[in-house]
Design a binder for this molecule. Structure first.
Ligand SMILES: Nc1nc2c(ncn2[C@@H]2O[C@H](COP(=O)(O)OP(=O)(O)O)[C@@H](O)[C@H]2O)c(=O)[nH]1
Ligand SMILES: [Mg+2]
Length: 288
């Protein structure tokens, strides 16, 4: 596992986030809309306590639109505010300031009653690696001020990005750790490329992915790879069929499952295969 997730760094990161939290009125939790459970930190609720929270369903462009809708509904039912974004193109970003203002409407009215008229609203972004925090902040700032690919444990001074009248965003996100000791979480993060492929060999990972997709999105596999997907189909068989259909063969005519595995992961991550939500709110889909 990556060095940035060692416990020492976690403690340091947690302390940093705790001190940043004191400075802000609202926490923006960026998550990967394809894996809304696996891309969250389970300890965040304790850490944040009662601060208003905005869930940004980022990578909405890569997730199943029906999945986005179901998750929006679920997070709203949990008392969160929700925004769907594609930070790569910027879709949904312009709703960010408005969504914050509406989330803090009562708070702002209270400040006004107390005579705190010019009090700026301050916001921070948190999230696990690879959900798109830096890209999101860059789009919000409309300039490349947040570094992409940053890592926890880096000390820095506080910088604020103005998002318009009286609305400030902390320019550096709080980087949380996922619940990586959970196997399903680890796999989901590996599917999306959030953790390096080295944690598992590519073929094993691709077997899990194709089986997961077969259970929920069989038509996408048939459309892209021309394979029949029967109920209960096993990952290894599906991977072999796809390799044969693609003409990926090794000497002797055996399917080149290694090449097919890389292709599947690439096509899943790049969106060529389609838009997928691998986890649904409880009650909407059993975990595959
Ligand atoms: N398609 C798509 N790609 C995104 C989106 N947000 C971020 N990315 C890409 O995902 C990668 C990781 O993003 P980054 O902002 O570094 O993630 P961070 O680790 O959370 O800061 C980059 O290549 C981004 O271009 C999004 O909403 N849609
Ligand atoms: Mg980053």
């Amino acid at each position: 596992m990556n060095v940035q997730w060692y416990p020492g760094h976690m403690t340091k990161t947690r302390r940093m986030i705790e001190s940043d939290l004191k400075l802000v009125d609202l926490v923006t939790e960026v998550i990967d809309a394809r894996i809304p459970i696996s891309s969250r930190n389970p300890d965040l609720n304790c850490l944040i306590e009662n601060k208003p929270r905005l869930i940004v369903l980022n990578r909405a462009d890569q997730a199943d639109p029906q999945g986005n809708q179901a998750w929006r509904k679920w997070f709203l039912s949990q008392g969160f505010h929700v925004l769907e974004t594609d930070s790569k193109t910027g879709k949904g970003i312009n709703q960010f300031p408005l969504t914050i203002m509406s989330a803090l409407k009562e708070q702002i009215m209270q400040w006004r009653e107390k005579g705190q008229v010019g009090r700026p609203v301050r916001v921070m972004v948190v999230g696990v690696p690879n959900v798109g925090k830096s890209t999101f902040i860059n789009k919000v700032a409309k300039k490349k001020s947040a570094k992409t690919g940053d890592r926890p444990g880096v000390t820095r001074g506080k910088q604020w990005i103005s998002m318009g009248t009286g609305l400030d965003l902390l320019d550096t996100p709080g980087i949380l750790w996922p619940k990586f000791e959970d196997q399903t979480v680890g796999r989901n993060l590996a599917f999306t490329g959030a953790v390096k492929d080295e944690i598992m060999d590519t073929e094993t990972l691709a077997c899990y992915l194709i089986e997961t997709l077969a259970a929920r999105y069989p038509a996408a596999l048939t459309a892209r790879y021309g394979i029949a997907v029967l109920p209960g189909a096993k990952g290894w068989e599906l991977l072999k069929s796809a390799a044969k259909k693609r003409g990926f063969l090794i000497s002797g005519g055996e399917p080149n499952t290694e090449r097919m595995a890389s292709t599947l992961l690439d096509e899943f991550r790049s969106g060529k295969l389609g838009r997928f939500t691998l986890e649904m709110p409880e009650g909407e889909m059993g975990h595959g």
